[in-house]
Design a protein around this ligand. Structure first.
Ligand code: 5GP
Length: 119
């Protein structure tokens, strides 16, 4: 699947659509989800143009891949959720109901998150 540079997260990265930003470095950008599923629900996205986890894991250069995952950990620490715990989740493709075709990791926290998957 080709990257669509008009996807909503590409527009957020370019500053064309507002967001509630919580983190930015050379590799990653993070902001609050518009429809939070937990008291803390932050999305972390790479600055590079990757459609999904599959695209990112196959094609991102080492520096970008490492920088991105470091950023996910940093965002969680900055959100103050490492003590009580948090969950990360990345939806890839149809069966996972991925809605936005720019790779993103969800960070959920702030309450007991229950079972790993909804039935
Ligand atoms: P996915 O199902 O692709 O893993 O999740 C996409 C997420 O993006 C959803 O949780 C949805 O609420 C969030 N989202 C969609 N559009 C926007 C937007 O314009 N701004 C923000 N902050 N989040 C969005």
């Amino acid at each position: 699947m080709a990257y669509d540079s008009e996807n909503i997260f590409a527009k957020i990265l370019r500053g064309e659509i507002p967001c509630n930003k919580v983190f930015e470095d050379d590799f990653a950008f993070a902001f609050h989800d518009i429809n939070p599923q937990a008291p803390t629900h932050v999305l972390v996205i790479p600055k590079g143009a990757y459609v999904s986890m599959d695209d990112f894991s196959a094609n991102a250069p080492e520096k970008e891949a490492a920088g991105f995952w470091r950023a996910v950990g940093s965002v969680a620490r900055e959100q103050g959720v490492t003590g009580a715990g948090y969950r990360i989740l990345a939806n890839h493709g149809r069966d996972a109901n991925q809605e936005v075709p720019h790779f993103h990791v969800h960070i959920f926290a702030g309450r007991n998150l229950g079972p790993m998957l909804a039935r």
